[in-house]
Design a protein around this ligand. Structure first.
Ligand SMILES: Nc1nc2c(c(=O)[nH]1)N[C@H]1C(S)=C(S)[C@@H](COP(=O)(O)OP(=O)(O)OC[C@H]3O[C@@H](n4cnc5c(=O)[nH]c(N)nc54)[C@H](O)[C@@H]3O)O[C@H]1N2
Ligand SMILES: Nc1nc2c(c(=O)[nH]1)N[C@H]1C(S)=C(S)[C@@H](COP(=O)(O)OP(=O)(O)OC[C@H]3O[C@@H](n4cnc5c(=O)[nH]c(N)nc54)[C@H](O)[C@@H]3O)O[C@H]1N2
Ligand code: SF4
Ligand SMILES: [Mo]
Length: 895
């Protein structure tokens, strides 16, 4: 079923992480690991990888994996069960709930991290055989507004362009996208074009991110005001006679209505600037750039999608491209950047509750067509519940059985804590997972199913540019793990739907999916991969990356659509949309005077179940933090590096304070990555309001009213241990993966004496070297066993939190010489072992101190020289913005 390809030495596959969809060459080492390199032949990355992709080899260990099916017994304990028993329990459980309460009392919650084949089978079971459309996916939190915007404008969910357009564009506009960190390989492609051809970059984001270089135009707009800015742009283009009436007349409809509304929202540059909270001069520069640059690509991501007005934001952007005819031509177009590796594949199969299959929606014709194709026993007749509604229905007890696959909703949903409580009320909660522990598993599932993970699973994914690539297995299935599609098909068989679910391979499912896309499709449905419907197993195994549409009998793969119109609306015209006037979502109040914005950091992926396993990735930002402007820090009595409680109407967390020049006064930014498994109090999803866009149902994750106040602990410290350590529940902590060990950064109110007692207990029979300075509040211990350093505990007063970089370097050495042993307790580095300082370059493990030292010694004066001397920044390039800042700072203050 999961046969390894014949020459397993370098298997071509696709990255596990973001929607760039980079090609990877994985060379298994025969011991369960693999070395990872970029695939030079893959058109998404041409051999490049970012820090996360390069570190995939460090995440293949089985320590955290779920390897066997588990069933909860009557006492509430999870016990190992055979596949047969576990699958039977799922099938019987669903059948029982459906018989008692009807098909709409059950639901699947899927994920853009499933393969297309997994998604296809789950969707088919629910919508064609159970008879409900209660299948939704975490893409509702991610891409739903882009989907809705595309469908409104184009009549289909189509990204019109290709990555190659970035190589031709003279202007790239990034709207609500921190591509430097979230789509790094694409961002590096933009930069390469900027350096080689002078491509201009404009970044539109309430905070100045790493995606903004000194010579870029940065528009730090007021949160949520994108519709005002792009309405103003449309008006400006019309008033300066920059519209393409040839294209408008031939291929679009509704310009007048859209323009009238745009004028109401933003009649001129001054009004636009006021509404968007920008300087008039900046708006003027942006509008002139857009007007005068025909080759413009506008990339947008979660700053656009995750909004109560996400769909209107998408359409306000698309309006400007349609009205200038800048779409589907080389170097031009609106470009939605996809988040997850297969969010796009999920959209193609109909993984969203308001789609049926193969991008068809619930019209009577489509229901009939899909029903005949599937030979369905019970077709769903209407949209199902969208993610947030779905979980609210669970909380009300209307949904009684739920199957969660490949997502961690207890971390990622808005009001995540409340949603986790809701899961606990289910009659039947089934979870298919890679890992044995995460916050959703804390909701006590009745059945737990071990799914094949990246490197083991086999099938297809589609990236942001509609390119379908193979994910190929290069490792054997560990334990009893099985592919997600197999698990779903086995349940379907046990529910009595035999023939339609008798799949033997991913290839067979892919062929069926491709055939459905072409079934009775005479060109009026965009998604058509009929050319791939007859691939043999061998051809599927060898399949090269291909863009859709790929219609049978036509040249395979279309890089661009819509240059000559041909939209998928009834009259084949694109629709310009009159957006609603933007208004601040939930109002701020005296109690909650800040806006909480949430998002990502460079080196972690979502709830860290995979990226968190890499020591290199963990070193970049080891603690959960909140960024805010220095004036806010000063006014509230906060301290840079200190701790603060961030509270909203829904919950509260404690995060490290980071002062940031990039942050607008009144705004907070907190990353989403820390869960209850990774930190004591940092599950940011718990704070986020469940307000959704009326059209897309996508929650607004970037604008919850919040308050922030200092939290004071007496001591700060860290522990390095070879086996994981648990701290008393009153303490604040963050867990970090180290090379051969575990790190905890923490704060507490226990006196050093209490920590000393804890150290004695913790390190047991080991030989303990200690340093105690009670008046200064210092306690340090290093534990040795047979000459090996097995643990360290450092405590100090909170104001002078001990730094761990030097000690971590010694801990990684393991076997220490006498000088090193003496050095451990000093917390300083010793000759021969460099205290690299906080990690800057994750690819080559180059720290801040190393880079500063090279700059100070004059060994390097430019970013390029740093690359040549230290290698930092010379692989994926994700740290280049940080390096550039260090170089600039070095120039300003000569050593
Ligand atoms: N390192 C890393 N990369 C990832 C991921 C990851 O977890 N880690 N996840 C992947 C996934 S699934 C996704 S969806 C993508 C997300 O990729 P991005 O969308 O680039 O990432 P985010 O950090 O969520 O948000 C982007 C920006 O939106 C801004 N923003 C907030 N409000 C507004 C607004 O009102 N208007 C505008 N214009 N901007 C606003 C935020 O300040 C933030 O800088 O990243 C993918 N890549
Ligand atoms: N506040 C706030 N919330 C957000 C966002 C935000 O910006 N702000 N972003 C939203 C977005 S864009 C996204 S995409 C979501 C992401 O949120 P989630 O999908 O909840 O995050 P992950 O940590 O990726 O969870 C994936 C889970 O699936 C497991 N898994 C991985 N691969 C497989 C597989 O092949 N099979 C199975 N069965 N399991 C697997 C992993 O171990 C992990 O537990 O978060 C959303 N939530
Ligand atoms: S940019 Fe990085 S995370 Fe995204 S697919 Fe490429 S290597 Fe993977
Ligand atoms: Mo996402």
């Amino acid at each position: 079923m999961n046969a390894l390809p014949p020459h397993p030495l370098a298997v071509k596959t696709t990255c596990a992480y973001c929607g760039v969809g980079c090609g990877i060459l994985a060379s298994p080492d025969g011991r369960g690991g693999a070395s990872i390199a970029g695939d030079p032949a893959h058109p998404a990355n041409f051999g490049r990888l970012c820090s996360k992709g390069s570190a995939l080899g460090e995440t293949l260990g089985l320590e955290t994996r779920l390897l066997h099916p588990m069933l909860r017994d009557d006492d509430g304990a999870l016990k190992r069960a055979s596949w047969d028993v576990a699958l039977g329990a799922v099938a019987d459980g669903f059948a029982r709930v459906i018989a008692e309460h009807g098909p709409d009392s059950v639901a699947f919650y899927l994920s853009g991290q499933l393969l297309t084949e997994d998604y296809y089978v789950a969707n088919k079971l629910m919508k064609g055989f159970i008879g409900s459309a209660n299948v939704d996916t975490n893409s509702r939190l991610c891409m739903a507004s882009s989907v809705a915007g595309h469908r409104r404008a184009f009549g289909a969910d189509v990204v019109p362009g290709s990555y190659a357009d970035l190589d031709e564009a003279d202007l790239v506009v990034l709207v609500g996208s921190n591509a430097a960190w979230c789509h790094p390989v694409l961002y590096q492609r933009m930069l390469a074009n900027k350096r080689a051809r002078g491509t201009k970059i404009v970044v539109i984001d309430p905070r100045r991110t790493e995606s903004v270089e000194a010579d870029d135009l940065f528009l730090g707009l007021a949160p949520g005001m994108d519709v005002a800015l792009f309405s103003g742009l449309l008006v400006h283009l019309a008033d300066t006679l920059a519209l393409d009436y040839g294209y408008i007349d031939a291929h679009t409809a509704n310009l007048t209505e859209a323009l009238v509304r745009a004028r109401e929202i933003a009649p001129d540059i001054a009004a636009t600037a006021r509404a968007a909270g920008l300087a008039e001069s900046d708006v003027e520069i942006f509008f002139a750039l857009f007007r005068n640059t025909p080759k413009v690509v506008t990339c947008f991501s979660q700053g656009v999608n995750q909004s109560a007005q996400g769909t209107d934001k998408v359409n306000a952007i698309i309006n400007c491209h349609l009205a200038t005819g800048r779409i589907g031509k080389p170097g031009m177009g609106p470009f939605s950047l996809t988040g997850q590796p297969n969010a796009m594949g999920g959209r193609e199969v109909g993984g969203l509750a308001n789609q049926l299959a193969a991008q068809m929606d619930f019209t009577p014709d489509n229901i009939d067509r899909v029903g005949r194709f599937w030979r369905a026993s019970q077709m769903a007749q209407r949209d199902g519940l969208k993610a947030v509604q779905l979980f609210e229905a669970i909380a009300r007890g209307e949904i009684k059985a739920l199957w969660v696959m490949a997502t961690n909703p207890a971390v990622s949903l808005p009001r995540a804590g409340t949603m986790r409580e809701a899961l606990r009320q289910l009659e039947l909660l089934v979870i298919s997972e890679n890992v044995a522990g995460n916050d959703t598993l804390d909701a006590k599932p009745h059945v737990l199913l071990p799914a094949a993970a990246w490197g083991e699973k086999d099938g297809t994914v589609t990236n942001s540019e509609r390119r379908i690539s193979r994910q190929r297995a290069f490792l054997p299935l560990p334990g009893e793990a099985r592919p997600d599609w197999w698990i779903v098909a086995q349940v379907a068989l046990r529910m009595g739907f035999s023939h339609p679910f008798n799949y033997q391979s991913a290839a067979e499912i892919f062929r069926e999916h491709a055939a459905l896309s072409a079934f009775e499709n005479d060109g009026d449905r965009a998604f058509d991969i009929g050319a791939l419907a007859a691939l043999s197993d061998e051809a599927f195994n060898a399949m090269e990356p291909v863009q859709w549409p790929a219609r049978a009998g036509e040249a395979i793969g279309e890089p661009r659509l819509f240059a000559e119109g041909g939209f998928f609306t009834a009259d084949r015209r694109a629709l310009l949309i009159a957006p609603e006037k933007p208004s601040p979502h939930e109002a701020l109040s005296a109690e909650f005077p800040f806006r909480l914005n949430t998002g990502r950091v460079r080196d972690q992926w979502h709830s860290m179940t995979r990226s968190g396993l890499s020591p290199r990735l963990a070193a970049h930002r080891p603690e959960p933090f909140v960024e805010l402007h220095k004036n806010d820090v000063a006014n509230l009595g906060l301290v840079d590096g200190g701790l603060a409680r961030v509270t909203t109407a829904h919950g509260s967390v404690i995060l490290k304070v980071v002062v940031s020049d990039g942050q607008r006064p009144g705004s907070l930014f907190a990353p989403i990555h820390w869960s209850d498994a990774a930190a004591s109090s940092a599950r940011v999803g718990d704070l986020v309001a469940a307000i959704t866009d009326p059209l897309s149902g996508q929650p607004e994750a970037k604008a919850t009213p919040a308050a922030i106040a200092p939290v004071v602990f007496g001591t700060r410290g860290f522990a390095l241990t070879r086996t994981p350590l648990t701290l008393p529940s009153e303490s604040w902590w963050s867990r970090v993966t180290l090379q051969n060990g575990h790190g905890l950064l923490f704060a507490s109110n226990d006196a050093p004496a209490a920590w000393r007692a804890r150290a004695l207990e913790m390190f047991g029979t080991a030989e303990l070297a200690e340093y105690v300075d009670e008046p200064a509040g210092l306690y340090r211990a290093a534990a040795f066993l047979d000459g090996r350093l097995i643990g360290c505990l450092f405590i100090g007063p909170a104001a002078v939190a001990p730094q761990w970089d030097a000690v971590k370097a010694l801990f990684a050495e393991d076997l220490l010489d006498a000088a090193q042993r003496r050095a451990v307790l000093s917390g300083k580095s010793v000759a021969g072992l460099i205290d690299a300082g906080p990690m800057v370059c994750a690819c080559f493990g180059v720290g801040l101190n190393t880079i500063r030292a090279a700059l100070a010694r004059g060994e390097a004066t430019t970013v390029e020289q740093i690359g040549r001397r230290l290698r930092a920044g010379s692989n994926c390039g994700s740290c280049l913005p940080e390096l550039r800042r260090l170089v600039d700072a070095g120039i300003q203050q000569p050593a």
